[in-house]
Design a protein around this ligand. Structure first.
Ligand code: ADP
Ligand code: MG
Length: 358
């Protein structure tokens, strides 16, 4: 019996795999220890409402957004950083975990999974993420604060006593944190991010041009010509939607200044929160932040001129991390690769039968 047990353990550790997941409101990314980031797909699930069946997940499902018949809905299981539909989130996690399992023939081998979660979520919400990860196929599920993962991904020296400021602007949330000695000293989570900007664009175009835009078009416009700061070279783009007066398709031209006007309120909310965080940061840490700069991560940080506007308004140097969309998942990867050194950044586990072994 003992020998069997020993064999079983040896076999399991031979095949064990550790993965890091950035379960974002807009995108889910997966890092496999020893391999790197191998999945980067939208957090979208297409469901047939009549049968309750899931039709597609990730990239396939996103292609369906706004193009499906009424009974097929493409939903985002995470809203504002939090699981809004537990079962769908679990299915999405199962799908991604199985995708990386690929080739590891046995479902007996369950990965250890480290998941990034927004710093503002409640205990109940943390538990929900952990439970969804376990029922999605993980053997053990660990959590890490997203801003901390982003800071690690940005290679900030967060383990030292010193101030590091990270601003992660995602789809549903923006996370702003000052980190020292591996923990957040000040943290704010805002339910404003790239999605809100898309909504702003839809509202602006409806009010000013009587044109109804789809969400995907709004996002495309934002990526193509969106900006937070006046551009040196103005840009225009043609967009299509439905004329609200005639009900027919119509094409109009919008400029970067239109889109900047549309999104400026959301941008201002983010900047004001950054200011509030700076105001409550202990002065000892401000000096370090001044030297290292405010670090921007997340897809929203790609909005043109946002770094410049934040720098101007906060009088702090500002840098966008390399490859801002992958900072969090790369951070989870760094933790996985060096778990002995970085174990302390994990959040205590919440689920009873998930005794930490790491
Ligand atoms: P999450 O962590 O919530 O999944 P991400 O960090 O993946 O979010 O960022 C997704 C958000 O970034 C979306 O709202 C998307 O529209 C926005 N985004 C991506 N690229 C750009 C860009 N070039 N300019 C402005 N916003 C962008
Ligand atoms: Mg994110």
């Amino acid at each position: 019996m003992l020998r069997l047990k020993k064999f079983w353990h040896a076999w399991q550790s031979r095949w064990r795999f550790d993965i890091g997941i950035d379960l974002g409101t807009a995108n889910t990314l997966v890092y496999v220890k020893g391999k790197g980031v191998i999945i980067n797909e939208p957090s979208v699930v297409a469901v047939n409402k009549k049968t309750g069946k899931i039709l597609a997940i990730g990239t396939e499902a996103k292609k369906m957004v706004g193009k499906t018949p009424a009974h097929i809905v493409a939903t985002r299981p995470l809203v504002e950083g939090v699981i809004s539909d537990f079962e769908v989130t679990e299915q999405m996690l199962t799908y991604f975990i199985n995708k990386v399992r690929d080739g590891r023939f046995s479902s007996l081998i369950k990965p250890r999974v480290l998941v990034g979660i927004p710093s503002g979520v409640t205990e109940v919400e943390k538990r929900a993420v952990q439970e969804a990860t376990l029922s999605g196929g993980a053997g053990e599920a660990y959590l890490i604060d997203e801003p901390i993962a982003a800071a690690i991904g940005a290679r900030l020296p967060i383990q030292e006593a010193g101030g590091n400021m990270i601003v992660d602007i995602g789809g549903g949330t923006s996370e702003i944190a000052v980190i020292s000695l591996g923990g957040a000293v000040v943290a704010k989570s805002l339910r404003v991010g790239g999605d809100k900007m898309n909504e702003d664009i839809i509202n602006y175009v409806r009010e000013n041009f009587s044109l109804l835009l789809g969400e995907k078009t709004a996002e495309d416009v934002k990526v193509a010509i969106g900006s937070a700061y006046r551009l040196d070279q103005p840009i225009k783009i043609a967009i299509r939607g439905r004329d609200l007066i005639t009900g027919l398709p119509k094409e109009i031209e919008v400029s970067d200044s239109d889109i900047r006007q549309a999104t400026q309120k959301s941008v201002r909310i983010i900047i004001n929160t950054i200011k509030t965080v700076l105001e409550t940061t202990p002065p000892e840490l401000l000096g370090d932040i001044m030297r290292r700069g405010v670090i921007l991560a997340g897809g929203g940080s790609l909005l043109r001129g946002l770094d410049r506007l934040i720098a101007e308004q906060t009088e702090m140097p500002v840098k966008v991390v390399d490859d801002p969309l992958t900072a969090v998942v790369r951070g989870t990867g760094i933790v996985l690769e060096d778990i002995d050194e970085l174990r302390s950044v994990l959040i205590d586990t919440y689920v009873e039968d998930n005794k930490p072994k790491w």
